[in-house]
Design a protein around this ligand. Structure first.
Ligand SMILES: *Cc1c(COP(=O)(O)O)cnc(C)c1O
Length: 466
């Protein structure tokens, strides 16, 4: 079998990649012109590319490498499990030890009576499970008409047809026939972009009450669930005003609908607690998990449901499951990852030490002439770029132009920071040290300086209309 050598020149790897590899969320022409950056190794918070550059990964891959790269214990756990039992399924009354152990561990870590886990291999799959779970739950309770699920515009719940429908990404809905029937969306609690002249507190209440208005419009007997991320991730790290979540909880309780907290990013320490729901003081009936569950070392996700939902679902045969639901190697690696997070006190350190340090340093960026606000919860943060801090104006150029320029400067400065429109976001590995945080901020500031100079030179520091 002839395969290209991993040590082949970067240009050859890039050409072969562009010729045969279709990338997610990537414009094909851009990829062919520029070539993809080839990542070859990683250790801690540092990536190495095929040119030998060392890059600070302030995104933890895709928000998932919570314990950092290069953890030998995780490799060992995978190898041990592959030798013992590389695969068996959990269908038709069979099970295996890693799935038992992981389900029990998650029940222990998850708040309240969230004690039951349905496994998947990703967040998208888990949210697809949730759609069927919610509708089956209500059908079993004799209310099959409660098949509507409410999500939020600019929420992200995955990329499959079902989970992409729950999400509110208009660019995704435009391709491939989404959303599926029975999914409604309400506006997001993004005060910076959409709050107008309202105070953040009033705006938070108003956006929560949009849920109540939607339930009343659709019919209180038709709505089965509301799904939301405790802190929106892919939408740009949108932190709701403090008034938002208590009001959402009140509305969910009043109408007796299920609350699904999509914890795929917020879970496993990202916000300084095990789950984002704990940080924000909300009590979901179902939580979606993935990403940090295995720190990305194995593909695994799941739905953690409370005692009542589990009891109702167990009253029937739930005709649903994935070949890799509770994959033993993924479970073994996830379990070892949770052990590391717990025994090394990673979550506590984010809450008490490195999280507050990152917050203080990150919020300093708000004094930069290009930056309007800096928002951060635990270790997920974002800054809004603006040509006019006082009015929170967007740029006159197409949304994302400034963000893209800034992202490119970060890349050139060996810092992985993502842009969502004109917000720049960070979500570093939770094991990042204070010294590495200083490096992150220093590189971010340098990149902002360069982006500001470039935007000024190109005449783009001009306010536009919302
Ligand atoms: C990434 C993400 C998902 C989808 O997870 P995949 O593993 O990519 O399918 C779902 N919800 C949220 C909040 C996410 O950030």
């Amino acid at each position: 079998m002839a395969v290209i050598s991993p040590n082949a020149p970067t240009a050859e790897l890039q050409a072969l990649d562009a010729a045969h590899h279709l990338h997610p969320f990537t414009h094909g022409a851009g990829l062919r012109d520029k070539g993809a950056r080839v990542i070859t190794r990683a250790e801690g918070v540092w990536l190495t590319d095929s040119e030998g550059e060392r890059i600070l990964d302030a995104m933890a891959g895709l928000w998932c490498v919570n314990v950092g790269y290069g953890r030998k214990e995780l490799a060992a756990a995978a190898a041990r499990q592959m030798e013992e039992l590389p695969y068996y399924n959990t269908f038709f009354q069979t099970t295996h030890v890693p799935a038992i152990q992981l389900a029990a561990k998650l029940a222990e870590l998850a708040p309240g009576d969230l004690n039951h886990v349905f496994f998947a291999s990703s967040g998208s799959e888990a949210n697809d499970t949730n759609i069927r779970l919610v509708r089956t739950y209500w059908a079993e309770k004799g209310e099959p008409q409660r098949d509507v699920i409410i999500g939020r515009w600019n929420g992200y719940h995955g990329s499959s047809v079902g989970s992409g429908s729950l999400g509110g990404m208009k660019g995704m809905h435009a391709q491939g026939g989404m959303p599926i029937p029975g999914i409604h969306h309400i506006d997001q609690p993004d005060w910076w972009s959409e709050g107008g002249d309202m105070s953040p507190e009033d705006f938070g209440l108003a956006r929560a009450r949009a849920l109540e208005a939607a339930i009343e419009r659709i019919g209180p007997d038709r709505v089965g669930a509301f799904i939301a991320e405790p802190v929106q991730g892919a939408g740009g790290v949108i932190v709701a005003p403090e008034t938002y979540w208590p009001e959402v909880q009140r509305i969910v309780d009043k109408y007796g609908i299920l609350l699904i907290a999509d914890e795929v990013i917020c879970g496993f320490g990202r916000t300084g607690n095990w789950f984002g729901s704990q940080t924000l003081g909300v009590s979901p009936h179902i939580m979606t998990v993935a990403k940090g569950l295995s720190s990305g070392y194995q593909p695994i996700g799941g739905s953690i449901v409370n005692d009542e939902v589990a009891a109702v679902i167990s009253g029937t045969e739930f005709n649903h499951g994935y070949t890799y639901s509770g994959h033993p190697v993924a479970c073994a690696v996830a379990l070892e990852n949770l052990r590391i997070l717990e025994e090394e006190g990673v979550v506590d350190r984010v809450r008490e030490e490195t999280g507050p340090y990152l917050k203080a340093r990150f919020e300093e960026l708000a004094d930069h002439p290009l930056v309007g606000e800096a928002k951060i919860v635990g270790m997920m943060g974002s800054i809004a770029l603006t040509p006019d801090k006082a009015t929170r104006a967007p740029f006159a150029a197409d949304a994302g132009t400034a963000g893209y320029i800034c992202r490119e400067r970060c890349f050139a400065n060996n810092l992985v920071m993502r842009h969502v429109g004109d917000r720049m976001i960070v979500s570093p590995p939770l094991v990042i040290s204070k010294e590495e945080i200083d490096t992150l901020i220093e590189r971010a500031r340098r990149s902002l300086d360069e982006a500001h100079a470039q935007l000024t030179e190109q005449g783009l520091m001009v306010a536009g209309q919302r």
